[in-house]
Design a protein around this ligand. Structure first.
Ligand SMILES: Cc1ncc(COP(=O)(O)O)c(C=O)c1O
Length: 406
């Protein structure tokens, strides 16, 4: 129990209550909801794209790793936190995705911070897509480089920005954008980078296991994996069903990260259970190429049926189907109604959505059955707020506010 302190001096955290109240009034309050282990909800909210997080081989690998190596990594990767599971995972990830080398981090977030900060300095220009994930944005902020945010998926804007700058440059983009699920124009970006001598950093968080031959990722699909100027980051927490992240690229880039990336050097290594689980999931992915094709097919089917029912959603390039809601409040109510009807969906509101438009975010999974797909479509359409349907005078809804959180 916290002690009670009475004082006449001003409370230094009063401002938090004011911010809280402002957020509450705007319908932007967030809260935590513990997920029961035996939940009967149909999960279209998580990122377990391939249905591997409870796969018996993945779970057994995590259990074996704990028994063999203990619950924690015990230290940073450079001290005691590297096990043979880490080095095996690095070698197999690099080989699978078509890169020379890989380095495992404690999260995809840490991998992105590492890649952006280690590949830049004060004199570097970073060109960053306006819809990039928060971890890339934070990497840009930490880097002390000059960051130019360019409009979303606009290679011409990237070209123009690079033309106006005469030094070392890094172009940074998500491969698949987490909110709308659209894919970056990687071929065009790579051409611009090659012509201007810039490096290209691509976050494959939502494309590993989903895009490319057998799920080898978007750079692999574009014939760019392993090219000298390209670096990828991945998370082990989505399609691979575990936890952690990695940077993949030329061996000299990885060696540089080992020596300089602060989120590698000063962070405890990824726990053995997560490392073993990710390795087992990667091996399953390698052995069952159909999983990646199946998740893409499920996403296309979900989109086709929701839009046929009158909802507004952009065609998915990967596993994410994003459905527009008329307001943050309506999105929250819609997600709650879905949950009450047995389907868990994601709900994105400002400031997580840079354009201010709230959405339901549905994730396809390779292991969804046809019956589950029927249920998902029926529930999401039945509970839709009236203004989400085309034909209604208020659709499509206007953006709710200015861009924030960039
Ligand atoms: C595009 C993108 N990059 C990076 C991350 C961070 O990965 P992790 O959850 O492993 O830290 C996420 C996670 O939500 C993401 O969506």
């Amino acid at each position: 129990m916290p002690q009670e302190h009475r004082s006449t001096t001003p409370d230094p955290f009063d401002w938090i209550d004011e911010r809280h109240e402002r957020r509450r009034r705007a319908g932007l309050l967030r809260s935590l909801r513990p997920r029961p282990a035996d939940s009967s909800l149909l999960d279209l909210a998580g990122n377990d794209y391939l249905g591997l997080t409870r796969h018996p081989e993945v779970v057994a690998a995590a259990r074996d790793a704990v028994r063999r190596w203990g619950a924690g990594a015990t230290g940073s990767r450079l001290v005691t936190g590297t096990t043979e599971l880490h080095t095996e995972l690095e070698a197999e990830l690099a080989d699978f995705c078509g890169f020379e080398a890989a380095l495992v981090f404690s999260s995809g977030y840490a991998a992105n911070l590492a890649a952006v900060t280690a590949l830049t300095d004060r004199g570097t220009q970073v060109v960053s897509d306006a819809a990039n994930h928060a971890s890339l944005i934070d990497g840009c902020r930490l880097s002390r480089a000059t960051t130019v945010v360019v409009p979303h998926a606009a290679p011409d804007a990237v070209r123009k920005t690079l033309d106006d700058f005469d030094g070392r440059a890094l172009v940074v983009t998500d491969a698949v954008f987490s909110v709308d699920g659209d894919a970056a124009p990687l071929g065009e970006l790579a051409t611009v980078c090659r012509e201007r001598g810039a490096a290209l950093l691509v976050d494959e968080a939502h494309s590993l296991g989903v895009l490319g031959d057998g799920g080898r990722g978007a750079l692999h699909a574009a014939g760019l994996a392993g090219s000298p100027g390209a670096v990828a980051t991945v998370t082990l927490s989505k399609a691979l069903g575990a936890q952690g992240g990695a940077v993949l690229g030329p061996a000299r880039v990885i060696g540089h990260l080992v020596n300089t990336a602060r989120t590698f050097v000063f962070d405890t290594g990824l726990a053995p259970a997560a490392t073993g689980a990710a390795l087992a999931a990667l091996r399953l992915l390698r052995g069952e190429a159909a999983r990646a094709a199946r998740v893409r097919a499920v996403a296309r089917e979900l989109h086709a049926r929701l839009t046929a029912a009158g909802l507004e959603a952009a065609p998915p390039d990967a596993a994410v189907v994003s459905v527009r809601a008329p307001s943050p409040q309506a999105a929250v109510r819609w997600a709650a109604d879905c949950r009450d009807a047995g389907v868990a969906v994601g709900c994105f509101r400002p400031p997580s959505v840079p354009d201010g438009v709230s959405r339901l975010r549905l994730t396809a999974r390779a292991d969804l059955t046809d019956d589950q797909l029927d249920t998902a479509v029926a529930v999401v359409t039945r509970t839709a707020p009236h203004a989400s349907r085309p034909g209604d005078a208020s659709a499509p809804p206007p953006p709710e506010g200015p861009r924030r959180g960039r």
